[in-house]
Design a protein around this ligand. Structure first.
Ligand code: 6PG
Length: 260
């Protein structure tokens, strides 16, 4: 019998029996968290990931009354953690996926939705554009000591240990060193470009939560959580929001290689 919560030295795991239950647990935590941070705030800042795992979460947030009606959508400034280098209507677009599963069904004002401006500009222009949006929304200046401080960053993890678009090897090595907020790396493993928030910004967040499900992530999750520190090959290990451990929302399949 797997407990609902597993405490490791460096992580707390919220465990669901399958991807739907795990997403449900995360959605419940989101409601509690946003109710606690949003009461005396004009805006709350959320950065979300794409890929396939979070689809279930976004569908739940939009369909289940207890989430749709309790998350302060009208206060949320919504950003993306990363984006594929495709138009917004492309089947691979993270923006398109979030628009279809969530945005078309919750009352978040259009002017508070900030998709990454990929594919229609050269990388340097696209990066500068998104940094301008971050400057405007957080009322700070790039290059100052201030950083965009998200209330919550929702992350996934690939079976290669990547998170956001921080892929193992050269991309991780370059992104680990930068003080910029956004980068548009060419990812050799994908033979394509991405736009991504950088580790500096992800780790300035108040909270960073991972949603990881499925057997194919199990071995990598064990290495990330219990293996030696190797962030260049396991970029998910780079994520330590304000020096603390991220929260993990995992299903029993993803933790099947962990001993606890
Ligand atoms: C993306 C995501 C990416 C994702 C991982 C895991 O653009 O694909 O932002 O970082 O979180 O690749 O993806 P899955 O959840 O689909 O396994």
């Amino acid at each position: 019998m797997v407990p609902d919560i597993v405490k490791l030295d460096n992580a707390i795991l919220h465990v669901g029996k399958d991807p739907v239950e795990t997403a449900f647990i995360l959605a419940q935590e989101m409601v509690k968290y946003f109710e606690s941070v949003s009461s005396n705030r004009k805006h709350v800042y959320l950065a979300i990931s794409g890929g396939s795992t979070p689809r279930t979460l976004y569908q739940l947030l939009a369909s289940e009354e207890q989430f749709r009606d309790r998350i302060p959508w009208r206060k949320i400034q919504l950003f993306w953690v990363d984006e594929r280098w495709v138009p917004q209507d492309h089947p691979d677009s993270n923006f398109r996926m979030v628009k279809e599963t969530l945005l078309s069904r919750v009352p978040i004002p259009d002017f508070q939705i900030h998709p990454m401006p990929v594919a229609s500009f050269p990388p340097e222009d696209a990066k500068a554009k998104y940094e301008r949006v971050l400057e405007r929304m957080f009322e700070i200046v790039v290059g100052s000591r201030d950083l965009p401080t998200f209330d919550l960053v929702l992350l996934g993890m690939g079976s290669d240990g990547h998170t956001a678009s921080i892929f193992p090897g050269r991309v991780a090595e370059s992104l680990m060193k930068v003080s910029t907020w956004v980068e548009c790396p060419f990812v050799p493993q994908l033979n394509s470009r991405r736009m991504t928030l950088t580790p500096v910004v992800l780790n300035a967040a108040r909270e960073a939560w991972f949603l990881v499900c499925g057997e194919k992530k199990a071995l990598t999750l064990k290495k990330v959580l219990k293996g030696r520190k190797d962030p260049l090959n396991l970029p998910a290990q780079m994520i330590r929001p304000r020096g603390r451990s991220p929260k993990w929302f995992v299903d029993v399949h993803a933790i099947s290689e962990l001993d606890f």
